[in-house]
Design a protein around this ligand. Structure first.
Ligand code: URA
Length: 430
């Protein structure tokens, strides 16, 4: 493979050509091991962003990323003498998308086991790991032995991808700072490389559609879903996807600790109706994919069994739910200029406000503020009284508040009529 070189590969894609299998294998291996430089991979990612990839290129790029690291296999694990029903879910990235936090305990309580390689925030979207790490003591740096033990003993482990698809770890961080996140081939290969390597036997994808999603049109989101479903099925992991609305933030919180607090409300049988509905819908898909029937996932929220599983999961990963969640002490509110009905809330505006408050990163590897986030007191369609608080912004550093307030400006309305409701679940693919 030594006849290959990075400038030629970049040039091929820059000029709209198709990368050969050997070029893809070479560049992924070279980047993983430091023989291809960040600036060369950045240029290639931008060329891919602009030129796209064929389905065959995406499949090879994904396989090369899987092959850059270990591939877990948990099929030997047994509970009560039975093989584990290993299933996972992944979202393409949303705003206020805390669904993994209540979802995992729900499916654990129904008998499924979830090996979840989770991500950190990317671009404007939050990451499950950044949220869970807001729980004092919680760690996602798990050894393979610990992941196996948790799967066997309690039915789930949420871990940083670590040695799974290390090429994705590097490329993911580079995309975040080179404006190359919003690319169908790069999202599909990033998601599926981790999911094919983590040891799940079936997979449910939550593909976001709308203003707060990476890909803005429904047509693009459909193509992304179909691409990932095909990648999963072709690699022996039966995969299906729900297309779900991401025009407005999910629930009433966007950030880190604030989203954990809201997830605890859902696990206690309350919480916003959209978060509950999506949790239950995705749980039903996961249980069906795992071959588990005769259980109603919604019951586990009502009877406290999902909360028990969440406590077990958090305790296994060092977290202490008896300590307060670190909600940022510096805060500012936005109040209603008039009475009426809350109109649409633009997910992207709220995401950018949360990011400015410190919930996400501006530099790779930077720590996030666990206490940063936005509380949404009125959801679209709810009645509003003049002067009442519509949003509360939290941060650990008060000088971030003005820029966050500016992001919220113009991304919500109060009017006389409610905007037409949109379905939360748009379609099912696969
Ligand atoms: N989630 C991922 O793991 N990768 C992406 O590119 C987007 C969402």
């Amino acid at each position: 493979m030594s006849h290959l070189d990075a400038p030629s590969i970049i040039r091929t894609k820059r000029d709209g050509g198709v990368l050969s299998d050997s070029a893809i294998d070479w560049v992924i291996d070279g980047y993983t091991h430091g023989r291809v430089a960040d600036e060369q991979m950045s240029a290639l990612l931008m060329a891919i962003f602009l030129r796209g990839m064929t389905p065959a290129e995406i499949a090879r790029w994904t396989a090369a990323m899987v092959g850059s690291g270990e591939r877990f296999d948990f099929t030997d694990l047994r509970r009560d003498g039975q093989p584990l029903a290993l299933v996972d879910k992944h979202s393409t990235g949303g705003v206020g998308d805390k669904i993994t936090i209540p979802l995992l305990p729900v499916v654990m309580a129904c008998g499924a086991s979830v090996p979840q390689a989770a991500g950190r925030g990317l671009g404007h979207t939050g990451g499950t790991l950044d949220k869970l790490e807001a729980i004092p003591g919680f760690t996602a740096e798990l050894s393979k032995a610990q992941i196996r033990q948790q799967l066997r003993d309690i039915g789930a482990a949420v871990f940083a991808a670590g040695e799974l698809a290390p090429a994705d770890r590097k490329i993911y961080a580079l995309r975040d700072v080179t404006a190359t996140t919003e690319s169908l081939p790069l999202i599909a290969s990033s998601v599926m490389s981790k999911k094919l390597a983590e040891g799940a036997r079936s997979l449910v994808l939550d593909v976001k559609v709308g203003r707060g999603a990476f890909l803005k049109t429904e047509a693009e989101s459909r193509e992304l879903a179909a691409t990932m479903v095909d990648l999963g099925n072709a690699n022996g992991v039966p995969t299906r996807a729900l297309l779900t609305d991401m025009n407005c933030p999910l629930g009433r919180t966007v950030g880190n600790a604030v989203e954990v607090a809201e997830s605890l409300e859902v696990l206690a049988g309350g919480g916003p109706s959209d978060v509950v509905a999506l949790t239950v819908a995705l749980a039903a898909e996961m249980l069906d994919a795992a071959g588990i029937d005769g259980v109603d996932p919604a019951d586990t929220l009502r009877d406290g069994s999902a909360m028990d599983r969440f406590r077990a999961l958090v305790a296994a990963q060092g977290g202490d739910l008896s300590r307060p969640l670190p909600i940022g002490a510096a805060c500012e509110t936005v109040t209603a200029p008039r009475s009426g009905l809350m109109g649409d809330i633009d997910a992207m505006g709220v995401a950018m406000a949360a990011w400015r408050l410190g919930a996400g990163r501006a530099q790779p590897g930077e720590p996030v503020q666990f206490g940063a986030g936005v509380r949404i007191h009125r959801r679209p369609g709810e009645p509003v009284a003049a002067g009442e608080v519509l949003f509360t912004l939290h941060t650990e550093t008060a000088d971030r508040l003005p820029a966050a307030l500016a992001e919220l400006d113009g991304c919500w309305t109060v009017g006389d009529a409610a905007s037409a409701p949109r379905p939360l679940i748009i379609d099912r693919i696969g």
